[in-house]
Ligand binder design. Structure first.
Ligand code: FE
Length: 357
């Protein structure tokens, strides 16, 4: 797909580049307005308290936490931010993380109120590396750094794939596009595509084979944190067992038997784009997770429907993470007959559940 044909839009009013000096990681906080929804890219676990304070100070509501790839040099703040804010966690579909709320693939749009970022699959540093583009800037993770590129010698990295990602995807963005990487160790904060084309020493190669030879000759030692960070980062999923122990989880097999039965309301918490792309369980109502809070309050639509009809609520989402958070929130709001499908649509499909498109 030609990424020049699609320009992600939105007015970026709040943009913070935050730094973790221990790992040299940049974290980005984005929002379209004060008092509105916010998105965070590549949060670091040790800095979560700082992010939460800043989010409060700026009067923002964190709704999505995203990692550009599975990091080897720090532990991600994704799980902790989700546990504190009930935000959605997002990574690419190739990631070996156990559970995230939402998985993206190339060309998908990641939306929050007032902002859209386009996911560009840029493997090479790892096989799950994504870049995220807005109109005037691109978040390049460890694919393209300032005057450097991410190493390609572990985590299914590939210098050949990275060459393709950089030369055939990122460098085709307009020259003035700002480049915000996931790391810098020299003190640089931002560059542009044009500047990196001209000045990045790794990019002054004649062909892919030259690039592969350059990258394979680097002989880097492994990151200090690697043996701790990689396994920790692979286990960030919300423990749905806790919800199951409360008796609020229903297996996909049991859910199949319940659909079509009149005393159950099936609620799809995913976003419209996920429904279009992956289909939905027949007969389910669409209530996006971002609208859940208002819906489950005593004066909300779902609360009213459940009370008026006496029907139980069965939430589902992509992998069971949003629905697990929804069940907890619903019970806290006094909806005692709320359940969710353990493992989400993923489990539903494995149980050969029918889908409508
Ligand atoms: Fe990395």
């Amino acid at each position: 797909m030609n990424i020049l044909h699609k320009v992600a839009t939105g007015v970026l009013m709040i943009f913070r580049q935050l730094y973790d000096a221990v790992s040299g990681t940049y974290t980005y906080l984005l929002a379209s307005r004060r008092g509105g929804e916010a998105l965070i890219i590549d949060p670091v676990l040790e800095k979560v308290d700082r992010y939460l304070a800043l989010i409060r100070e700026l009067d923002l509501r964190l709704v999505k936490a995203v990692d550009t790839h599975l990091h080897a040099d720090h532990i991600t703040g994704l799980g902790a931010l989700r546990d504190h804010t009930r935000c959605i966690t997002v990574m690419g579909e190739q990631s070996s993380i156990d559970v995230v709320s939402m998985r993206l693939s190339d060309g998908d749009l990641m939306r929050i109120e007032g902002l859209e970022l386009e996911a560009i699959y840029t493997p090479g540093h790892t096989d799950d590396s994504y870049s995220f583009r807005m109109s005037d800037r691109v978040f390049t993770g460890d694919t393209l750094l300032i005057r450097g590129t991410g190493r390609t010698d572990f985590q299914n990295g590939s210098a050949r794939a990275q060459y393709e990602s950089i030369f055939n995807r990122l460098l085709r963005l307009p020259d003035e596009t700002m480049v915000f990487p996931a790391h810098d160790y020299k003190g640089d904060t931002v560059s542009t595509i044009g500047e990196e084309k001209r000045c990045n020493p790794r990019l002054q190669v004649r062909c892919v084979d030259d690039y592969v030879a350059l990258m394979n000759g680097l002989n880097l030692s492994n990151p200090k944190m690697m043996d701790v960070a990689v396994p920790a980062n692979m286990r960030q999923g919300l423990a749905q067992q806790d919800i199951a122990r409360q008796g609020w989880a229903i297996t996909a097999e049991r859910a199949r038997a319940m659909t079509g039965c009149k005393d159950t309301m099936l609620i799809d918490l995913r976003e419209r784009t996920e429904r279009q792309k992956y289909g939905a369980i027949p007969g389910s109502l669409h209530v996006p997770y971002s609208d859940l809070e208002a819906n489950i309050q005593p004066n909300g639509m779902l609360h009213g429907l459940a009370s008026a009809t006496g029907r139980q609520i069965l939430f589902y989402c992509a992998f069971g993470e949003r629905s697990a958070m929804a069940v907890r929130a619903a019970h806290e709001a006094g909806l005692e007959t709320a359940y969710h499908i353990h493992g989400g649509l993923d489990a539903w499909k494995k149980a050969d559940g029918p889908l409508t498109h």
